[in-house]
Design a protein around this ligand. Structure first.
Ligand SMILES: *[C@@H]1O[C@H](CO)[C@@H](O)[C@H](O)[C@H]1NC(C)=O
Ligand SMILES: *[C@@H]1O[C@H](CO)[C@@H](O)[C@H](O)[C@H]1NC(C)=O
Ligand SMILES: [Zn+2]
Length: 492
């Protein structure tokens, strides 16, 4: 797929490896500046889930815009409207930053880098060893909320562009940025924004790059799939109000008992999904896929030990990874209306809402899953002959995403990893959901690659999140090298 004329390439490769050395040295000599930049970004508490932090989130987007503007990019802060809070209050959404480093009139390919600069909540009292908003270097690890997810990767991309510019080297491809501030709470407003820019900002984009995930081990990785997620509310409603079990217990059919019964019908103790039709929809696990999984560097025992359980659902690497990435699963998350405080309370809740989700993989379709789950739960419930009322509602229906690792975009990723780390990358998938990948693909019809630089043990969303200096700095070199490799792909 990569179009090459041998002689030209030899010459070009020679010139390029020289340039790469220069770029690499530039990165190494600016490590201090890069860490300072990350410290400044981490210090901004851009928690998108906390309405009281909205001011900081707005400031964060301004800071991103300013940094890209200073680099010479054509920057826009796109207004994406407001959000409605559960209490009815409306709050302005953080603007989405777009930036363009485009060489008009040239024939270069154009890549668009997606990233986000909002973070999950974090408080020292949650069990952090350091102040989560004061980036702290301990043994080469930079601890801070948002360090790995996703501030350092976004900065690494900006620094990659900066290195070319600082050395007066032409960017090998045009680079655009799409940076949002609502990712951690569901990318509110982004879909409509992407749709509205389909024929402008995205019209000349050839490839989309997402660096919002991590490696699986110490070996660098390219990510080619993510699971989607269908999230359900199952509401069982009975008496007019909560009742006392001493007074009424034994005389009413309790909504909680009904709910536990139907939730228990979703999945067997050994992990078999019991909703008819779901397992049948899962794409066949090919021999080739099996071999790919077999080659991945992954230690089942340390994975088990890290989670802190005696036994996992599967003991061999291939099956475990397959069930983490390419099979669906049911998780039960909570029951709204249930008594959950410490102590004893003899209440019979009048209405309870069970919350569960089913991770989506090819070739499942959320609309079909919604129908399958609703019909199945209604039929299980009907067998109970309960006078209570069951309502099943799907509140999120995010599709899975899967790329072809044989495409030129992935070959370019393999070459870039080889150049910087001198190893072949693991080809991995994510068990989680990155809905923006599907949105960007569905709206723009461009190819997407996920090119992670986060470490496997970065603790995203958890206490003591970190980014290692190594991943941050070598990751910057990876992005520099990747821009070159993408420029080698023949444009169609
Ligand atoms: C772009 O490509 C066309 C056709 O291959 C060529 O004629 C033109 O000179 C190129 N422009 C630049 C700026 O390289
Ligand atoms: C961050 O932590 C360092 C080291 O503990 C401390 O010296 C510095 O004052 C802290 N900065 C802020 C802004 O809290
Ligand atoms: Zn993220």
């Amino acid at each position: 797929m990569i179009h090459r004329c041998a002689a030209v390439v030899l010459l070009f490769a020679a010139v390029y490896s020289f340039e790469y050395e220069e770029l690499k040295q530039y990165v190494d000599s600016h490590e201090g500046d890069y860490i300072k930049a990350l410290r400044e970004w981490v210090a901004i508490e851009s928690d998108s889930s906390d309405a009281t932090k909205r001011g900081e989130l707005h400031q964060m987007m301004e800071v991103v815009g300013e940094k890209l503007r200073k680099l010479g990019g054509k920057v826009e802060l796109v207004d994406i409207g407001t959000q409605q809070l559960p209490d009815g209050e409306t709050l302005p959404l953080p603007k989405v930053v777009t930036a363009e480093f485009v060489d008009d009139g040239g024939n270069k390919s154009t890549v668009c880098v997606y990233g986000h600069v909002d973070v999950q909540p974090a408080k020292k009292e949650d069990g952090w060893s350091t102040d989560p908003y004061n980036l702290t270097d301990i043994n080469g690890n930079l601890y801070g909320r948002g360090a790995s997810d996703n501030k350092a990767p976004v900065l690494a991309w900006i620094h990659a562009v900066e290195a070319y510019k600082a050395l007066n080297m032409e960017l090998p491809v045009n680079v655009k940025f799409l940076i949002e501030g609502m990712e951690e709470t569901g990318s509110n407003g982004l879909d409509a924004m992407v749709e509205s820019k389909k024929d402008s900002f995205f019209s000349d984009v050839d490839y989309i790059i997402i660096s919002d995930c991590g490696w699986l081990s110490r070996r660098p990785a390219l990510t080619y799939g993510t699971r989607g997620n269908c999230y359900f509310f199952a509401e069982v409603e009975g008496p007019k109000q909560d009742l006392h079990s001493g007074v009424y217990g034994g005389t009413v059919i309790e909504p909680m008992t009904d709910l536990i019964g139907i939730l228990d019908s979703l999945i067997s103790p050994s992990g078999k999904i019991l909703v008819p039709g779901i397992r049948e929809a899962v794409a066949h696990f090919s021999d080739e896929e099996w071999r790919m999984y077999h080659d991945i560097q992954f230690d089942v025992d340390s994975y088990r030990a890290k989670i802190g359980v005696d036994r996992l659902m599967y003991n061999n690497k291939v099956e475990l990874l397959a069930h983490r990435w390419r099979h669906p699963t049911v998780s039960i998350h909570g029951i709204e209306g249930a008594f959950s405080a410490p102590g004893t309370k003899t209440v019979i809740p009048a209405k309870v809402i069970g919350k569960f989700s089913i991770r989506q993989v090819p070739d499942m379709e959320p609309a079909t899953v919604e129908k399958q789950v609703t019909e199945y739960l209604q039929s299980v419930f009907a067998k109970r002959k309960s006078p209570n009322k069951l309502k099943v509602k799907m509140v999120i229906g995010a599709k899975p995403w899967l790329a072809d690792t044989k495409r030129a975009l992935y070959e370019a990723g393999k070459a870039a990893v080889k150049r910087v780390f001198n190893v072949d990358p693991d080809l991995i998938r994510e068990g989680g959901t990155i809905p923006v990948a599907r949105t960007l693909e569905d709206v723009t019809h461009k190819e997407i690659i996920m090119l992670p630089i986060g470490g496997f043990d970065d603790g995203l969303h958890s206490q003591n999140e970190k980014m290692s200096r190594f991943n941050y700095i070598e990751g910057t070199k990876l992005f520099i090298s990747y821009l070159h490799e993408v420029s080698q792909i023949k444009k169609n």
